[in-house]
Design a protein around this ligand. Structure first.
Ligand code: TIU
Length: 226
């Protein structure tokens, strides 16, 4: 019989339990395009510096999960070079200085394979860690993410990444509908809008944890004995 070691995290709205064998750490869209100047986030008029505080705690969580042998999946928002997976409803939104697919200082904005679309150096995936490119805000839409989780018999997701109220929320909502138990790490997710960040976390934990749990990364590191 396989042994299960259920760990407990001090979380909102009540303790979160997980078995490392059936859990994945999902690191969402920690890309230059969102976190460094000259990328998609900045073209939308945002101060990308606001996301930098997520890097150090996420690096610590990555190290702890790697040491514990827990599955880590990274995602990147991005589109095919021919933009065939970019609907006009996404490309023509708002009035950014550069649109998705345009040439920017770090290559074509939000196009797979470009420097800006890749993950920041501090949080680089290790060889063997899956990286899921996704054309939407959620990780399940038009990707192999769900299949990958099923193959690995994953039932719990611990989530880091940007931005709290956009790709993190969409992915956690999609995951909750599919039956995954999601814990969002409050200091490892970030937003260009501090108020949205706070409220987005409150929305997850409200109503008895309507679609997940929220905890500081230190609580997960404690549960892992790190
Ligand atoms: N603009 C914004 O807040 N976010 C995104 O466009 N994508 C992600 O959150 N990854």
């Amino acid at each position: 019989m396989p042994t299960t070691a259920v760990l407990t995290v001090d979380a909102r709205p009540y303790p979160y339990t997980f078995d490392p064998a059936t859990t994945a750490l999902v690191v969402i869209d920690m890309q230059r395009d969102f976190m460094e100047p000259g990328g998609f986030g900045e073209t939308l008029g945002n101060d990308v510096g606001l996301l930098r505080s997520t890097i150090e705690p996420t690096a610590a969580v990555l190290a702890a999960f790697r040491a514990a042998g827990i599955l880590i999946v990274h995602t990147r928002e991005g589109h095919r070079p021919d933009l065939s997976d970019l609907p006009p409803a996404k490309r023509d939104r708002g009035s950014p200085t550069l649109r998705i697919g345009d040439e920017g200082p770090k290559g074509r904005i939000l196009v797979v394979g470009e420097e800006g679309q890749d993950i920041v150096d501090e949080l680089k995936p290790l060889p063997g860690e899956p990286v899921v490119d996704k054309p939407g805000k959620g990780a399940f839409y038009a990707t192999n993410f769900g299949e990958l989780l099923r193959e690995q018999q994953i039932t719990s997701l611990i989530v880091a990444g940007v931005t709290t109220e956009v790709c993190v929320h969409t992915t956690v909502r999609e995951a909750n509908d599919r039956g995954y138990e999601c814990l969002v790490l409050a200091d490892c997710v970030g937003s260009y809008f501090p108020e949205f960040h706070r409220v987005a976390l409150d929305m997850i934990a409200a109503q008895g944890g309507i679609f997940g749990w929220v905890a500081p990364s230190a609580a997960v590191l404690d549960a892992l004995g790190r």
